[in-house]
Design a protein around this ligand. Structure first.
Ligand code: OSB
Ligand code: MG
Length: 369
């Protein structure tokens, strides 16, 4: 692959409705869009999923810009590579900074697939032609608002509902939801809002017939997740705790979870994401693809990854229109009866909408070999 330049753009897109987790609320999404170009002028696209503050992991938009500009782009443009798998190898000497690595690696994967004239899903070894998706609903001002959002989401066809929980917005809310929607496939995500001492309280989650409870405790705390899993019949799903293949191996060995949420950005790219997927398949741990309120570019990457066989549960990659008035890809991602048809055109299979990208760009910079 003859890479000649990389362009970073900082975009700001307004969310249709604010998204609230146990750590705070977002009204807009600021992120870095990455474009790699080769000698023939073909482009590949990637997206950094880092937020502007380090509430989810330690990375931020600014730390990603720094890593990309000062470390990763110079490394990538210095040495020729032949396959996108070599990008994560090239970055082994750089500790962590997974989202920064992933943004660039994803762009190289897209370019590689486009050059082959094949969909990224195929190039990754994915077989599915359609993927099943769910929806993640943030904490709402009132229970009534949440019930209304759930009803709408079911009507739109989403295959499972995930709600965000935190102390004070958990058991009573779930009781209310189950009263109105006794059978809807339901799960909860705490984004580490609980402490090991909350074990007895968390045991009550078993009353609500949940598919899983996502990341109840701190990311570093695999031991207490294992202890909690022993007293819960609801499977624990780890999100923030899984930053690498090694984290996944340890969580599985310790019994810290029964399910893993794979996010490409959190694990450093598509190559490591695939390695975690393969390990989980071997160990009998089902996986699903999480979301980070991505633009269409990141959404396209998620869809391609989800075509791998061990993605056995609906992911969080909802339709473009659930987040944005206008997405930055053509066509936008649409969901019909809870399914997304995997695009069959080359690369991520969605074309970047240059006009929309320009309209959302705050500033940009290009780096040449
Ligand atoms: O709709 C989405 O993209 C996923 C929503 C979501 O749950 C989420 C959004 C932002 C950050 C973290 C998470 C999460 O899965 O924990
Ligand atoms: Mg999560």
């Amino acid at each position: 692959m003859d890479l000649t330049s990389v362009t970073l753009r900082r975009l700001r897109m307004c969310l249709k409705t604010p998204f609230t987790t146990s750590f705070g609320s977002f009204k807009e999404k600021d992120f870095i869009l990455v474009e790699v170009r080769d000698r023939e002028g073909v482009s590949g696209w990637g997206e950094s999923v880092a937020f502007t503050t380090p509430w989810y992991t330690e990375e931020t938009l600014q730390t990603n810009w720094h890593l990309l500009e000062d470390v990763l782009i110079p490394m990538l443009l210095e040495k020729p590579i032949h396959h996108p798998d070599q990008v994560s190898e090239l970055f082994v000497s750089v500790k962590r900074n997974q989202m920064a690595k992933s943004a660039l690696e994803g762009a190289v994967w897209d370019l590689y697939a486009r050059r082959q004239g094949k969909p990224l899903a195929k190039v990754l070894g994915g077989e599915k032609t359609a993927i099943e998706v769910g929806i993640s609903l943030g904490i709402q001002p009132k229970v009534q608002d949440l019930l209304h959002r759930i009803e709408e989401s079911i009507k739109e066809g989403y295959r499972r509902i995930k709600i965000k929980i935190k102390p004070g917005w958990d058991m009573d809310i779930l009781a209310e939801i189950r009263c109105h929607f006794p059978d809807v496939p339901l799960m909860v995500d705490a984004n580490s809002a609980y402490q090991p001492e909350d074990l007895n309280h968390l045991k009550r989650l078993d009353e609500f017939n949940l598919m899983m409870v996502e990341q109840p405790l701190a990311s570093e705390n695999l031991i207490d997740h294992a202890i909690l899993q022993q007293s819960l019949s609801t499977p624990i799903c780890l999100d923030e705790s899984i930053g690498s293949l090694e984290n996944a191996r340890q969580a599985i060995e310790l019994g810290s979870c029964g399910i893993i949420n794979i996010k490409i950005g959190r694990v450093g790219g598509l190559t490591p994401a695939k390695a975690i997927h393969d390990l989980c398949r071997e160990k009998g741990i089902p996986v699903w693809c999480g979301g980070m309120l991505e633009s269409g570019i990141g959404r396209g990457h998620n869809i391609a990854l989800t075509t791998l066989s061990n993605f056995m549960m609906p992911g969080d990659t909802a339709a473009s229109a659930r987040y944005w008035d206008r997405d930055i890809i053509c066509p936008e991602v649409t969901v019909t009866n809870g399914w997304i048809q995997v695009p069959q055109s080359p690369g991520i299979g969605y074309e970047p909408d240059q006009e929309a990208i320009d309209a959302y760009t705050l500033y940009s910079n290009t780096y040449r070999a």
